[in-house]
Design a protein around this ligand. Structure first.
Ligand code: GLU
Length: 413
């Protein structure tokens, strides 16, 4: 189950939240579906001259609180159901941190590592052409996600502006700084997670030099490792799809990053014990940070986990069966829709800066981000205490109620 139908799982989470808050029936019925899903077929002339057709989607789940917002994923496992699930999670995410945006998500089923630079640029432009009429600064604003980055956002922005003949930086976020990106955006997902991690660690009384394992060393995971090392934590275990490295004295994150840049993996780094990819979760650490893909913690491996705190940097990294086990063991889980919301919060700041044409300094972005993350953490904690439930359900009930209120105020019930 699960892995094959992520949207069904997302709806199960909604149902669980609804058992606590019983929202309006007519609104609940609408939330069983995205408002719109585009499916696009993208013919790309490959370098050897043959044409390959890639399939992509853009799911617009809910826009009651503001324009649809969410990243674009380039990954071979992307499916319509996954994109829909991710678009629902974006809706709860923007609601839980209370920014005036809805939720959407896009993706293309492709392994971008197998494409040349030219093919990747062609695919990015072609995807933007296909969805252009359905996105815009007041309608739907894409951003980076797994295997997409500022460079790709730059190509997509350029394609959009060519089509409509006007500068429109607010149509996409996570752009390079040179063309309207925001300070901090590149590491904002990790930065936001650090702010909530500090709050959670305080609740559990964890020391500043606690040990950390991070599963996944991509966009979010690598910045998280760097920021936590700088904050005094011991980053003891790091993994990617090729292997796990471990050093309980604390890994030197910058060296690991250079090693990964040169070899394509953390594996083989000389300042650590080298193990297989699966071993990442077996280590006894104070804090575990899943930063890879969905369901990476599941029924098969959950019993190996020995930690006190899990901060979900990835979207949906814990399967529902695994979560039950972790809850029974009293491991505190800071859920994805709160823990990784820093990315979309700074995307929102980027849009505000684009709309005003006036750009903020790094310190200003950090101060405002911290303010939003701290408040959201405290509100979720309060909600969890009030309902005597988990942080995930606390975040869900808070977010779903906010979406319900906006739908009611629009008369959509
Ligand atoms: N892809 C990121 C996420 O899942 C960021 C989305 C955005 O900035 O719109 O939250």
């Amino acid at each position: 189950m699960g892995k094959n139908d992520p949207f069904k799982n997302a709806m199960r989470q909604l149902a669980e939240a609804n058992e606590i808050i019983s929202i309006d029936k007519n609104i609940y019925a609408q939330l069983q579906h995205p408002q719109r899903v585009l499916e696009v077929f993208l013919p790309i002339k490959m370098d050897d001259g043959h044409v390959e057709v890639f399939t992509g989607w853009r799911s617009q789940y809910n826009d009651a609180r503001g324009p649809y917002k969410g990243g674009i994923r380039f990954h071979p496992d992307v499916s319509r159901s996954e994109v829909q699930a991710l678009s629902a999670w974006m809706t709860w995410k923007t609601a839980v941190v209370n920014i005036p945006l809805g939720g959407g998500k896009g993706g293309v089923a492709v392994d971008p590592k197998k494409l040349s630079d030219r093919e990747l640029q062609e695919l990015s432009r072609s995807y933007m052409r296909a969805i252009a009429k359905f996105v815009g600064p007041n309608l739907d604003i894409p951003a980076p996600d797994v295997y997409t980055d500022p460079r790709i956002m730059g190509w997509m922005l350029d394609e959009y502006e060519k089509m409509f003949g006007a500068h429109t930086p607010g149509v996409i976020t996570g752009k390079p700084l040179s063309i309207g990106g925001s300070e901090v955006r590149e590491y904002s997902t990790a930065q936001g997670a650090v702010y909530v991690l500090l709050r959670a660690a305080e609740k559990l009384g964890l020391a500043k030099n606690s040990t950390v394992a991070i599963q996944g060393f991509g966009n979010a995971g690598s910045f998280m490792a760097e920021l936590l090392e700088r904050a005094g934590y011991r980053v003891a275990v790091l993994s990617d799809s090729h292997g796990t490295i471990c050093n309980y004295m604390g890994l030197k994150v910058a060296e690991v990053a250079t090693h990964k840049k040169n070899t394509g993996s953390v594996s083989g780094y000389s300042g650590a014990n080298n193990e297989g990819e699966k071993h990442c979760l077996e280590h006894e650490v104070d804090i575990l940070i899943p930063a890879a893909l969905e369901n990476s913690i599941n029924a098969e491996n959950v019993n190996l986990i020995k930690t006190k705190l899990i901060v979900e940097l990835a979207n949906g990294p814990i399967s529902q069966e695994a979560e039950k086990v972790l809850n029974r063991k009293n491991i505190l889980i800071v859920p994805d829709i709160l823990a990784n919301a820093g990315g979309v919060v700074v995307s929102y700041f980027e849009q505000v800066q684009n709309a005003s044409g006036y750009y903020w300094k790094k310190e200003e972005v950090l101060t405002r981000l911290k303010e939003i993350m701290d408040l959201a953490f405290d509100e979720v904690w309060k909600e969890k205490e009030k309902n005597r439930t988990t942080m995930r359900l606390g975040a869900y009930t808070l977010a779903v109620r906010r979406v319900e209120a906006a739908m009611k105020d629009r008369g959509r019930n």
